[in-house]
Design a protein around this ligand. Structure first.
Ligand code: DGP
Length: 113
């Protein structure tokens, strides 16, 4: 845990968020600035800055599993969705606590900007 990290503070429930799934290691909550009808962030509760800083990759598999579960829960699994991990500056990462974006509920363009 990192004292001033925004997503650590959400994981500790010091900052409110709309939580849609949670287990011992992970939390999934709605993005404050949704880019699609469904836009959920899946984070590990333990602080890791980015995918580039992950050393134990089983956590990434768990995050993907929770994203797939939330997609079914949100009713977007059959039509489809996108999962994204923006990583470091060129990847567009703005919050330096590992997170997976789950986006769906509309047709998504490709390639991204
Ligand atoms: P990224 O650019 O990949 O680092 O995405 C960070 C996301 O975090 C962005 O889509 C907006 C979201 N976000 C930033 N601050 C908050 C917050 O306080 N609460 C919630 N729920 N989401 C936040």
């Amino acid at each position: 845990m990192s004292d001033n990290c925004l997503f650590c503070r959400i994981a500790r429930r010091e900052i409110p968020a709309t939580v849609v799934a949670e287990d011992e290691h992970l939390m999934a909550f709605r993005d404050v600035s949704p880019q699609a009808p469904v836009h959920v962030l899946v984070i590990p509760k333990a602080h890791v800055a980015s995918l580039d800083d992950v050393r134990e990759f089983s956590i990434v598999g768990r995050m993907a599993e929770m994203a797939a579960s939330v997609a079914r829960q949100e009713g977007i699994a059959e039509r489809g969705y996108r999962v994204v991990m923006n990583t470091n500056a060129d990847g567009g990462q703005t919050v330096f606590h590992l997170h997976l974006h789950l986006l769906g509920g509309r047709s998504l363009d490709w390639p991204p900007g």
